[in-house]
Design a protein around this ligand. Structure first.
Ligand SMILES: C[S@@+](CC[C@H](N)C(=O)[O-])C[C@H]1O[C@@H](n2cnc3c(N)ncnc32)[C@H](O)[C@@H]1O
Length: 376
């Protein structure tokens, strides 16, 4: 049996050298619950219990991979939605790097989860300088206990982190480990001027990138995107789920056209789909292979807006001279997508890190290269 110490040093070898000591200092397995969720044979989450498979459990704790620790907000409904994970260590290191931490800085972490990242933060800035907030009471209590046992008794608040934690403000850093589509202005208000807000940011269309915001004197903040970080959403910012069968109904009428645009162009390119996502709010995409077989190369892309009930089907078959597009509902989702793709091409196909966001009390706006150059 490979022991935890050995596995911890192996994991520390997988993060950038500057972060090795930090990852060596914190035993990740002390934060992972005895039951975790792995992908089962039917692709649905299956439990992996420490008592049944101690070595597999320990290996999972020290893999450079996210560890699913809660399904369905803990409601026992069996839907199989992963609602909390210990994030992937390499991504955690990237976020710690972006937060530009130093001993003594005061940090609010949004999304305690297991408490592992709070312990890493505590080891970097000092336990008394870290506050962490988790919306799920059960997870918060588990993390509180784990943090105490592991020797970093970080203040762990149960609450909605989108409101920050005003009692501890101002912070030098707010670090979110759940993604947003709209940056809560409370985070800007509760960070001192010159401080940073670091958060995964995405859209219903694109899983997202890391956003680094510098807070200004006038309670606004601005900064660029950089880095591929797909995180779960804060609870209030999830786009509703739903399967195609529930949204695309036989009685629906639709308008039919054809296109020579292949989905790979707007959707297979990280930078294109990142930018498009900002222009097509609330639009989700799902790819359904014929016969559930990715080998067939025959599939349909569905674009859906759960709020208005609009949908598009975009049928792809190899060697077809053009692809059939059917659009239903008040939003012509394919037309919006194609227009957003053209907009991105007209901008010169910018990489996602040329975009930035400014957050004010009245909302957020997207810019390119310079905050004065609004493009969103
Ligand atoms: C990816 S996990 C965080 C991982 C965590 N930092 C760790 O080290 O284990 C995201 C967490 O954010 C929590 N969350 C979602 N919405 C939240 C909100 N509005 N306020 C606080 N926590 C939230 C989820 O319950 C989940 O536990």
């Amino acid at each position: 049996m490979t022991d935890a110490r050995h596995l911890r040093s192996r994991l520390a070898g997988e993060v950038p050298p500057a972060w090795r000591d930090t990852f060596l200092a914190v035993p990740r397995h002390m934060f992972i619950p005895d039951t975790i969720w792995i992908r089962g044979d039917d692709n649905r989450p299956a439990p992996l219990r420490r008592a049944d498979a101690p070595q597999a459990w320990l290996e999972a704790c020290y893999a450079d991979a996210p560890v699913a620790v809660q399904l369905d907000d803990g409601d026992g409904s069996g839907r199989g939605y992963v609602s909390s994970t210990a994030s992937m260590p390499r991504v955690v290191a990237m976020m710690l790097e972006a937060a530009d931490l130093a001993p003594g800085l005061r940090v609010l972490e949004v999304g305690t989860g297991t408490g592992y990242n709070a312990a890493l933060l505590a080891s970097l800035v000092g336990t008394r300088n870290v506050t962490t907030i988790e919306i799920d009471a059960g997870l918060a209590e588990r993390a509180r206990i784990a943090l105490r046992r592991a020797g970093w008794p970080v203040e762990t608040i149960t609450g909605d982190g989108e409101e920050g934690h005003p009692a501890g403000a101002p912070y030098d850093r707010i670090l979110a480990t759940a993604a947003v589509q709209t940056v809560p202005h409370a985070w800007v208000e509760q960070t001192r001027p010159g401080g940073l807000v670091v958060t995964p940011f995405g859209t219903a269309f694109h899983s997202g990138a890391l956003l680094h915001l510098l807070v200004h004197d006038d309670a606004t903040a601005s900064g660029r995107f950089g880095g591929d970080t797909a995180f779960m959403w804060t609870r209030a910012q999830r786009t509703p789920h739903g399967v195609v069968e529930d949204r695309v109904l036989p009685e629906h009428d639709y308008a039919e056209t054809t296109t020579d645009l292949h989905p790979y162009e707007p959707m297979g390119d990280f930078d294109a789909s990142f930018a498009i996502g900002v222009r097509v709010p609330g639009m989700k995409s799902t790819l359904v292979y014929d016969d559930d077989d990715p080998g067939t190369q025959r599939y349909t892309v569905y674009l859906m807006d759960p709020t208005t009930g609009s949908w598009t089907s975009w049928r792809i078959t190899p060697q077809a001279p053009a692809y059939r597009v059917c659009q239903h509902g008040p939003r012509r989702l394919f037309d919006e997508l194609a227009a957003a793709y053209e907009w991105w091409r007209d901008l010169g196909r910018p990489a996602h890190d040329r975009f930035g966001l400014t957050v004010t009390a009245s909302g957020q706006r997207l810019w390119m290269d310079d905050p004065a150059n609004t493009v969103g």
